[in-house]
Design a protein around this ligand. Structure first.
Ligand SMILES: Cc1cc2nc3c(=O)[nH]c(=O)nc-3n(C[C@H](O)[C@H](O)[C@H](O)COP(=O)(O)OP(=O)(O)OC[C@H]3O[C@@H](n4cnc5c(N)ncnc54)[C@H](O)[C@@H]3O)c2cc1C
Length: 427
């Protein structure tokens, strides 16, 4: 039986591993962390898991929905239209449907109509190919004019990409609008249940999932790929690495110099920073709040329990305060206490009654590789899936472009690379 190693037990690695074991390979998954799930992993709050970074899915995430069904988790998937809004001039204003756009008072009526038409136009463009080479900022300005671009389009780009916002390619923006539905889905109990079920399914079918087992190097020994871990090394017929390209380049030895030069900085990422507050009461009314007013130290506030019942979390009201920042931002160097001192006073701007005593527990999470920076020309910067090391494949969330990174697209990509590996093995 052909032996395949999969590096990383996130959505991509585990979906690939499952496809590989079903296809007849002997699979070992190596995961650095103590649990499966990668960026979508969770921690316990009462009887449920809570994702360390806010997650929901869309109706268009069809492969993920199918996988949840295959793993017996379909009944836990709940759908809704929880209120999504912007914090603008101190007010929470909804902007999550045609009616809300047409009544969005910060914009003049013609700008609202233009905004609505541009969303409809993006939804109608079937394929983003013709948008390659154009920045989202310029495209939006052309079609939506200045007012709606400044008010709605730009805050989204700047919020996610900071000073790189003006350089982001339009195909990515197309996918953000095109792929998304107003109906949102969540897995009651937390997405961790999905990753644990996926890992269990791989094991049940004869594969191995090694947690707390980081890969420390990848090389060629003889003509087989060889991976090293702190517990020892092993060689395989094929290796599928789901780590960011830059990390792969660091771990792999024997790569040609031009490959290293080209891809060691490839896939620039922003890092995610997330504060989670467990409160004893509700903070505000929206599920998702884009913070566009100036002066706030976070760009999104997600009050998870304005959608999911507090009973799922032992009565705690759960609030995420999220940011995307360059990896060297000072925020990543602060202690949790210093982060809270910086963030919490701003909550009283949103709800003047807020008091620090409402916070029963707080958690701070950071992920260094969280958001690929999808500038114009990004596609050309992607490393090929087949690496220069024979039998070693590379696929990561940066490769799901033009789609925004998401569990569905990582799973789909993992499965498609697994099919290529199986074809190579002739199984
Ligand atoms: C703030 C935020 C919000 C998000 N919101 C959503 C959302 O609403 N909906 C949605 O679908 N998606 C969302 N995502 C994206 C989603 O989390 C990712 O697209 C998906 O989890 C990526 O899976 P992956 O397997 O490609 O990568 P990862 O999850 O990054 O998996 C890579 C794995 O490799 C492991 N690893 C790293 N180094 C090593 C090593 N040396 N050896 C072994 N293992 C190693 C890591 O521990 C990790 O488990 C969000 C992400 C963030 C950060």
């Amino acid at each position: 039986m052909a032996e395949v190693a999969v590096i990383g037990a996130g959505a991509l690695g585990l979906a690939a591993a499952r496809r590989l074991v079903i296809g007849g390979a002997q699979v070992t998954v190596f995961e650095r962390g103590p649990q499966a799930g990668g960026l979508a992993a969770g921690f316990r709050v009462g009887p449920s898991w809570l994702d360390r970074f806010y997650h929901h899915i869309f109706r268009t995430d069809r492969r993920l929905i199918e996988l949840l069904g295959d793993l017996g988790l379909g009944d836990r998937l709940t759908w809704g239209r929880p209120p999504t809004a912007s914090l603008r001039d101190g007010q929470i204003r909804r902007l999550d449907g045609p009616l809300e756009v047409l009544t969005y008072s910060p914009l003049s009526p013609p700008a609202r109509v233009r905004l609505g038409l541009v969303v409809a136009l993006i939804k109608a463009i079937p394929d983003p190919e013709r948008l390659e080479g154009q920045t989202a900022a310029a495209w939006l300005r052309r079609w939506m004019r200045d007012e709606a671009t400044e008010d709605v389009g730009k805050p989204l780009l700047v919020g996610k990409f900071g000073r790189e916002g003006d350089k982001i390619g339009m195909p990515w923006f197309w996918a953000r609008v095109h792929d998304r539905t107003t109906s949102l889905g969540y897995l009651r109990g937390g997405f961790q249940l999905f990753y644990d079920a996926l890992a269990d399914d791989v094991r049940r079918r004869g594969g191995r999932v090694e947690l707390s087992c980081p890969i420390t190097s990848i090389e060629q020994r003889g003509n087989r790929p060889y991976v090293e871990t702190p517990n020892g090394g092993a060689s395989f017929d094929q290796v599928l690495c789901s780590l960011p390209t830059r990390l792969f380049v660091r771990l792999a030895s024997g790569l040609p110099d031009d490959y290293v030069a080209r891809f060691s900085r490839a896939g620039d990422h922003y890092s995610a920073h997330c504060v989670i507050l467990e409160l004893d009461r509700q903070l505000q009314s929206a599920y998702w709040l884009n913070v566009t007013d100036p002066g706030y130290p976070f760009l999104a506030l997600v009050e998870h329990t304005n959608w999911l019942p507090v009973g799922d979390y032992a009565g705690r009201h759960l609030v995420y305060l999220g940011n995307y920042l360059p990896p060297d931002d000072e925020l990543f160097t602060l202690s949790d206490e210093a982060v809270l001192d910086r963030f919490l006073p701003h909550l009283a701007r949103i709800n003047p009654r807020f008091d620090r005593s409402w916070v029963r527990q707080a958690h701070v999470f950071a992920a260094p590789y969280a958001q690929p920076i999808v500038r114009v020309g990004y596609r050309e910067s992607l490393a090929p899936h087949r690496t220069p090391l024979a039998g070693v494949w590379l696929a990561n969330m940066g490769h799901v472009y033009p789609h925004d990174r998401g569990q569905n697209y990582s799973a789909l990509l993992g499965e498609s690379i697994a099919d290529r590996v199986l074809a190579e093995l002739g199984t």
